[in-house]
Write a protein that binds this ligand. Structure first.
Ligand code: SF4
Ligand code: SF4
Ligand code: SF4
Length: 270
């Protein structure tokens, strides 16, 4: 098992074939959006069923967009019920069953990648997981999008390896690349890195240059303070309701499985 998971996207190599998008949808059993979701307003191609997308820029430039798996993820820091988690290896994963739908993570993500299953009766968040569970279980040895890429425009390794490879390429071909590794320092650093021949500032909601070297959880309040107190209070109430409902459902599951003794039942229902 690798000590850390990271992806390096080389924009100069991408041909926009979207094999990566299709491979992600296939592996994670995501139904293609036909017709596109009505409420999704984003124009970047991401949706609850598309965890990575290809942004088409002028001049035949194609840029793969996905969760950056921040080293200090703002989404994790604001979730009131722990539905998002930072794993020891780096990927930021989510648990749809825990999500209470407050969407603080969507508001605070600096890259605007978190999506919501608006079409479901009980909606929750979705986003790229860096294929964490499937790599950990040994089902695959690298993310599906990486395996599918015919141009090696996206490669997988440890963050140290990806940073070293990025700087090796910048040094080897200084005229080809802008001398910058996107994600090395922005918002405290990310596990999905980019090198490119075009400026990639458009990839963030906030300006990553302004946030260079600053981890977002320390500035999360700057975003959250714009949220009315009523909503923050509502989030706390919803969190409590979720906790009660989830506890009751868990008890029902355990009771139907016959795992609770009479004594335990009495204690849990008190
Ligand atoms: S890019 Fe957004 S969703 Fe992904 S880890 Fe960073 S803050 Fe969370
Ligand atoms: S890393 Fe996995 S989940 Fe993320 S975009 Fe690639 S295939 Fe999809
Ligand atoms: S599979 Fe590779 S070349 Fe094709 S769009 Fe995705 S990153 Fe670009």
């Amino acid at each position: 098992m690798r000590s850390s998971f990271a992806i390096l996207n080389d924009v100069t190599k991408c041909i926009g074939c979207e094999e990566c998008v299709a491979a992600c949808q296939k592996l994670h059993k995501l139904t293609p959006d036909v017709p596109p979701p009505r409420i999704e307003t984003a124009t970047d191609g991401l949706s609850s069923n598309r965890w990575t997308s290809i942004i088409r820029r002028p001049g035949g430039v194609f840029v793969k967009k996905q969760c950056r798996h921040c080293l200090e993820p703002a989404c994790v820091s604001v979730c009131p019920v722990g539905a998002l988690q930072k794993t020891p290896e780096g990927p930021v994963i989510w648990d749809g069953d825990r999500c209470i739908g407050c969407r603080y993570c969507m508001m605070t993500c600096p890259y605007g990648v978190v999506r919501f299953t608006w079409d479901l009766a009980i909606p929750s968040i979705r986003k790229c997981t860096l294929c964490y569970d499937k790599i950990r279980s040994g089902e695959i040895d690298k993310p599906a999008c990486v395996t599918a890429c015919p141009k090696e425009a996206t490669i997988f390794g440890t963050r140290e390896e990806m940073l070293a490879e990025a700087h090796r390429r910048l040094k080897a071909e200084p005229k080809k690349y802008i001398q910058h590794v996107w994600g090395e320092h922005e918002v405290g650093g990310t596990s999905v890195l980019y090198i490119s021949h075009v400026d990639l500032s458009f990839l963030g909601w906030t300006n990553p240059e302004k946030l260079s070297g600053v981890d977002l959880p320390t500035t999360t309040w700057d975003v959250l303070k714009m949220v009315p107190y009523e909503f923050l209070g509502m989030g706390a109430v919803m969190g409590s309701i979720w906790w009660v409902i989830e506890r009751r459902m868990r008890l029902q599951r355990e009771q139907s499985a016959g795992r609770l003794s009479n004594t335990d039942e009495g204690e849990d229902e008190s």
